[in-house]
Design a binder for this molecule. Sequence first.
Ligand code: BGC
Ligand code: BGC
Length: 845
Amino acid sequence: MKRETVFKLSLTAVSSLLLTACMQTSSDAGTDSAQTDAQQAAKIWPKLDIAVKPSEQVEQRVEFLLAEMTLEQKIAQMIQPEIRDVTVEEMRQYGFGSYLNGGGAFPNDNKHASAQDWVDLAEKMYQASIDDSLDGSTIPTMWGTDAVHGHNNVIGATLFPHNIGLGAANNPQLIEDIAHATAKEVLATGIDWVFAPTVAVVRDDRWGRTYESYSEDPTIVRAYSAAIVSGLQGKPGDNFLDEKHVVSTVKHFVGDGGTVGGDDQGDNVSTEQELFDIHAQGYVGGLTAGSQSVMASFNSWHGDKIHGNKYLLTTVLKDTMGFDGFVVGDWNGHGQIKGCSNESCPQAINAGLDIFMAPTQSWKPLFKNTLAQVKSGEIPMSRIDDAVRRILRVKVRAGLFEKPSPKQRALAADTSLIGHPEHRAIARQAVRESLVLLKNNNKTLPLKPQQHILVAGDAAHNIGKQSGGWTITWQGTGNNNNDFPGGTSIYDGLKQQVEAIGGSVELNVDGEFSQRPDVAVVVFGEEPYAEGNGDLDNLEYQRANKRDLALLRKLKDQGIPVVSVFITGRPLWTNPEINASDAFVVAWLPGSEGVGVADVLVADKAGKAKFNFDGRLSFSWPRDPNQATVNFGDEEYNPLFPYGYGLTYESSEQVPVLDETIAQDTNEEMRLVLMDRAVNAPFKLSIGSSNQQTVMNSSVVTNDSVYVRTTDRFVQEDARLVKFTSDKPGRVAIGQAFPSDLLSLVEQEATLNVDLQLGQSIKKGQVLVGMDCAEECSVDLAEHLDTKSTQWQSVSFSLGCFKANKAEYGKVFEPFVMTGSGDVTVSFSKVSIGSQPDNKQIQCN
Ligand code: BGC
Ligand code: BGC
């Protein structure tokens, strides 16, 4: 009864914050509140007219299968291990419903695995799954992979432009063709299921996954989602999930593109209406077209992780919108729910998650714990049956029970599909259509016949860099041109086409030349990254290190016309670079068919353009580095180049000199809190070397050189006591897997602030504090503290104490590291980077 009152109140308060809070409470409450939840959901979320209609035949088959299954077999359907951490024998033993390869995971750990190697692994896993000798089950397993811009983990596959470029092309038919070509390459490796499309509507371009988004505009995302799903799965009533199609996944449900600060896996504080209007439009498109799965998102909504949100996963997605496929989790995403770990999370299943994505070794304890939780009644059997029904329904619809084994499937035998010329032609078209021309003063483009062209910049002949993250490896790093057989760099295309019109080309990364060029084409931009590794704290390109600008200016100063081709995963503040260029083309992350760039840039023999610039910005381009959240449709909309902007060869527009001054955000002091009482998530405290770490998960952690435990200073457990126990240096660090960008803190002359208490006097060289590294870039505490005092001492180190090169502050993994040796104890609390004027200020030279 009480709950009901709260609910009514919240409705009038229109505070979605309250609303979620009460929805949480109601999740395990009686039918009354379930009804009110349903009523609330129906106000905002429509019932979708889903193209795949429920069928009695399918349902009967599912019920028949379900009736024969043991609890263990059911749970195995709900757990998805990863190929680096599951063997064929374990598949035989458990009969997992599915498995995945993460970004950069290949059969036999071999980056150069052939298509046949992929099929062989698929075959073995499949045979093990239908082998009932150990688990009694013959249900075929299903392999899922991130084919997010083509079949990107596979050497030689066609790599399409990343989604942001496709958004600029704004051509749903092209998108469907891309998806279908991708499906065929995936099928050629024996794989059944693709974790795409990503339908994030990115509202803060600092997010490291901006390039995985088609647009800041939900309209494009909705249309594209439907097109991708049709291309991957085929059309219901026609070629749906036949031997030329794969299961698709619309991800990440929901609100991933709308987190505060563009923080990866962060918190979305939109109202429920905004969640639907902006962030959920891709689900309207993709689910209506019949996508059979949805991936839950890492992000939170008003502080609650979506993986544990019953209102969104069950009431909204399944009950209200009518989605009858399954919800798969993201990479140990369940472990982030309050009260859960990677190894145990009944909350997620109870909220409506159907499959745990359980990479690493977490699947083993997770299997056991889930089993126990069903036996104890913590997870109702009805929930398990619902989840397994959904999984089986998709498998039946996908024809998995009828299809031959992977190696005997129609397309699996055809390795020529990987990087097939027809697919490359589609990718090349997509590259052409995605290019956005921001500036073309004095009609510098197209490149005319009979000219000598200098091609410069470190992205000019670098297929890895032009392809971005999720390219063979997860981060897209560590690749070279030999890893892209059949692909072309941007230089390759320019050379080919410039020579065809009687010109010549000289390649020099640094912009040196042997013959004075008529024009220089400089190809430069962001280094590859994926997910949180790409998070920024403002949009300034090459902050503190304007290397490419120097190159552009060097050429321009010699009177050479400069054409910039900018490789990027997002709009970035590039006013100085645009000013230093006569023409400026945004190429986004074009993928393996770099030649598509030359198609548009290079004229024909008569000096006329062969293709026009068709790309238009699907993201607003920032006027200053802090305009990260300027979006089409904003009330006060004042970007540098608006949504929809893009010049053509007909435009005669001259872009004037742009303002290069950076508006300082004076009223806001930036501050990074590493520890205040608790270590501030996502940071973690760990001991050991930077590659061999033990995270402090409980109140004590120890190894052979250091012992750390929580202690009380002002309140319970607000400090850490560190005892160095050996002559060999021990190490304790606060850090995270993703680097932090501290450049703006450096600019505001921030200090590293920490409160320290010595257990006894210390000697020189005994205890050091540093960032990332320990010895070379650290401060000796004995030189700066009162070494005789055992009182708490509050100190602030200037950042000059740690890193000689300012640019290195752009990527800091461990902003606080303490090392020590000998028998010495030091406690610390309150660690932050910002200003702390009351502390003792320590400058280093
Ligand atoms: C995997 C990726 C995954 C990431 C998540 C990587 O090791 O290869 O696929 O997205 O971890 O943290
Ligand atoms: C990503 C997902 C991806 C999964 C599997 C996660 O880290 O967020 O988009 O599908 O890894 O690689």
